[in-house]
Design a protein around this ligand. Structure first.
Ligand code: IPE
Ligand code: IPE
Ligand code: MG
Length: 254
């Protein structure tokens, strides 16, 4: 087996994705397997967020978007939601220096109005404090749902048309994309989901149109740098054809 550092060197030599989305799944099962409360799985999962972010930054990726809490997760038992919100505030406090010192720009997508003020305020504060950073955009998807985001985009476009700011024919992919909360970020090249589930669960539906999907059976609290690098190595094996044929993509022979 290759060591983590040699795997990192290998991965660095080949084209890397600009933007990675990660569905961090399996925290509850990780805890249940150990006879622990589900929250302990979320707590351990937060440590992996730090490690994966560090590794992504070191590799020079432009953007990482992490699915931390979905719109549908509001239906979970209230004590789990409260525990998750407390962990999120703790994460913001603990990671503040790391984010600021490493020139990371923190960004958030989702319906923030539903978040408790103890989470929303420090979250927005850190986004603002890091807004001028240019090294890597770390987007947290919290209280996020892709269908909800798409409906909002359609509504805003309809309002623009009603107010005469835009014609119906003016609605194209560029105009639509501009209304999404991820507007301005590079295209999502790679989507990782941990824990063996083979679904998207309402994450970045528009944005992953041409992303390479990488599913890992590892539960998120066990998803360390080695697993992250393995996922990148798998991405690098793929041929991204975007509708073309393989032959069209090959460089012309001299
Ligand atoms: C992912 O882990 C984190 C959140 C959805 C907040 P889960 O809590 O979904 O863990 P499993 O899928 O039950 O194992
Ligand atoms: C998706 O995981 C949401 C996050 C990882 C935050 P879920 O565990 O909520 O997804 P489903 O319910 O299994 O599809
Ligand atoms: Mg889950």
């Amino acid at each position: 087996m290759k060591s983590v550092s040699s795997l990192e060197q290998l991965v660095k030599q080949r084209p890397l994705p600009k933007h990675i989305g990660i569905i961090m799944d399996g925290n509850g099962r990780w805890a249940e397997l150990r006879g622990l409360p589900r929250l302990e799985g979320h707590r351990e999962g937060a440590n992996r967020v730090r490690e994966v972010t560090r590794c992504a930054r070191r590799l020079g990726l432009q953007a990482v978007t992490l699915y931390a809490f979905s719109m549908q997760n509001w239906m979970r038992p209230w004590d789990e939601i409260e525990g998750l919100m407390a962990l999120l505030s703790e994460y913001l406090l603990k990671e503040r220096h790391e984010i600021l010192d490493n020139q990371i720009k923190l960004n958030v997508i989702g319906e923030l109005a539903r978040l408790p003020a103890e989470v929303r305020e420090p979250l927005l504060e850190l986004c603002e404090a890091s807004a001028s950073h240019t090294e890597m955009v770390l987007t947290l998807a919290v209280s996020y749902g892709s269908r909800e985001e798409l409906v909002l985009a359609a509504r805003r476009l309809a309002q623009k048309v009603a107010q005469g700011e835009l014609s119906a024919e003016g609605i194209d992919e560029v105009a639509f994309e501009a209304e999404l909360s991820t507007s301005g970020l590079p295209e999502v090249d790679m989507l990782v989901r941990t824990s063996g589930e083979l679904r998207i669960s309402n994450f970045l539906l528009w944005q992953i149109a041409y992303a390479e999907l990488v599913f890992s059976s590892t539960l998120w609290p066990d998803f360390q740098e080695a697993q992250f690098l393995d996922a990148l190595a798998e991405y690098q094996q793929r041929e991204r054809r975007f509708g073309y044929t393989s032959a069209q993509l090959r460089p012309p022979s001299p």
